[in-house]
Design a protein around this ligand. Structure first.
Ligand code: GLA
Length: 505
């Protein structure tokens, strides 16, 4: 049997307080984790007692140094020890109690952080062991205007790996997707960015340069392949030490990573806050960290579309252009369900005045073709995104599209609404009994009109042309039926469906 820590045999009500204090005294000091779950990757903790009581700091590979909040002793029996929680501004991390209890010669941390059960033994550490795990912090730039890169005069269009493939993405699949975009005609319809989302990263070399992982043997060759087909390559990183899926982020290597991507021939970066929220959780620091990468991209001299992904926090649309951004997410992640898509598309699409040539509200990537919605629901999805002037980033397996999916993604008349050079974001002008009429003014003086039915029964809908400023008898075209229709048309709009019109006075 390993030697129990002093105080182990103290018990009984009378001993509670005393035992608690005895334990706490024993557990103060420096500890290094021998092994810990990769999220949030605890490496060390330092526990101290002073006149005010117990204090501690626990270090995480994702979030750096975190105070051990409300650190206190618990109980008095076997397995007793200390309890605390962490809070880095992400509500998903806050609610969990973590316990430090004696374990043989050392201690064990148990509990849960978000989705990850923690069970992490630690041993007493020397000052040198602790110092080796110091988590560096880096200064942020003072506020400055990042000059526009002149890109994205209309909302970016292309494909991204995440919604369909998540981490199961590799060089071969990306090449096949590029070929499929060409073969299907979608490249010529405007879908030119081929974006690798999370999951391409390997480790940094001794020179600090970030290498791709084994699934991407040669990024420069991949970029050449993409470019040879008239397409552009996108990549993904985070200002934090870890990306959302736990890969290496750009923390401490911002300028170096920007240069690496430019050398590979990258044309687009999605920069996802992820573990960066452990370091940057105020409006000023989040803006500064995005500004830092924005300036680094400009400094490479290569035109690189800059996509900000911080889930719409801190009114990002108000400063996205300022930091060099071309698009900025307005929400959390979309899911392949009507409920998720509709919640974002109808109700959380960002501040309309922030959108326009060079900078776009981004309600997240498309799910069209992924199977979780019916055809009329997907028609609503792409119609809403077109009405909003949203970036159109396909999220499906473009190698095996049905005709139906191809028709939804490749409708030139709908794409023309999305890509209209005026760049106005459409808005609902009438909401009634689960139906919504949306309008979007277009550069040629015509107006795109969406008749959306959010109910689960077909509904007859009509536009009130005079009320929309289009007179009594506008010329009207149905953009999904590809034909002219009478102005007094009152179509039956399918459940969860849409009729999308373009009207000219
Ligand atoms: C976040 C983003 C997603 C995707 C994943 C990748 O959740 O919002 O769009 O990039 O990270 O891990």
């Amino acid at each position: 049997m390993t030697k129990p820590a002093p105080g182990y045999f103290l018990g009984g009500l009378a001993g509670v307080l005393l035992a608690g204090q005895a334990w706490a005294a024993d557990l103060t000091g420096d500890w290094v984790f021998q092994a810990a779950p990769s999220f949030p990757g605890f490496t060390r903790m330092a526990i101290r007692r002073d006149a005010d009581g117990l204090h501690g700091t626990i270090t995480s590979q994702w979030y750096g140094d975190l105070p051990m909040l409300d650190l206190k002793t618990v109980g008095a029996g076997a397995g007793d020890g200390l309890v605390f929680h962490i809070d880095n501004g992400n509500p998903k991390l806050k609610p969990y109690d973590l316990t430090v209890a004696p374990d043989g010669q050392g201690v064990k941390l148990t509990g849960q952080v978000w989705y990850e059960k923690q069970e992490a033994p630690a041993h007493r550490a020397t000052a040198a062991e602790m110092a080796a795990l110091d988590f560096p912090t880096y200064p942020l730039p003072a506020p400055a205007h990042v000059p526009s890169n002149g890109l994205a005069r209309t909302p970016p269009m292309g494909w991204s790996s995440w919604n369909k493939f998540a981490e199961a993405i590799d060089d071969t699949t990306v090449r096949q997707i590029a070929d499929a975009l060409v073969r299907s005609g979608l490249r010529d319809a405007g879908y030119v960015y081929v974006n690798i989302d999370d999951g391409w990263q390997g480790e940094r070399g001794a020179d600090g340069v970030l290498r791709p992982n084994a699934k991407f043997p040669d990024m420069k060759a991949l970029a050449d392949y993409i470019h040879a087909r008239g397409l552009k390559l996108g990549i993904y990183s985070s200002p934090g030490p870890k990306t959302c899926a736990g890969y290496t982020g750009s923390y401490g290597h911002v300028e170096q990573d920007a240069r690496t991507w430019a050398e590979w021939g990258v044309d687009y970066l999605k920069y996802d806050l992820c573990s960066g929220e452990g370091f940057y959780h105020t409006a000023e620091t989040v803006q500064a960290t995005y500004q830092q990468m924005g300036a680094a991209l400009v400094a490479t001299g290569r035109p690189i579309v800059y996509s900000l992904c911080e889930y719409g926090r801190f009114d990002v649309g108000a400063w996205g252009r300022e930091v060099g951004g071309n698009l900025w997410r307005t929400t959390g992640d979309i899911e392949d369900s009507y409920a998720s898509m509709a919640a974002i598309g109808f109700d959380r699409n960002g501040v309309p005045r922030h959108t326009g040539p060079g900078g776009w509200n981004d309600p997240d990537m498309l799910e069209v073709g992924n199977g979780g919605m019916g055809v009329e629901e997907y028609r609503t999805h792409i119609s809403l995104w077109a009405m909003m002037a949203a970036p159109l980033l396909m999220g499906n397996d473009a190698r095996s599209m049905t005709r139906e999916t191809l028709a939804l993604l490749g409708n030139a008349e709908v794409i023309a609404v999305d890509q209209d050079p005026l760049g106005h974001q459409g808005l609902p002008v009438r909401k009634r009994d689960g139906t919504e009429v949306w309008t979007r003014p277009l550069a040629d003086g015509s107006v795109a009109v969406g008749l959306f039915n959010r109910t689960d029964k077909p509904v007859t809908m009509s536009a009130d042309w005079p009320a929309l400023g289009l007179g009594d008898h506008p010329r009207v075209r149905d953009l999904w039926a590809h034909r002219s229709v009478a102005p007094d048309t009152a179509p039956t709009v399918p459940a969860h469906g849409v009729v999308l019109l373009r009207a000219t006075r």
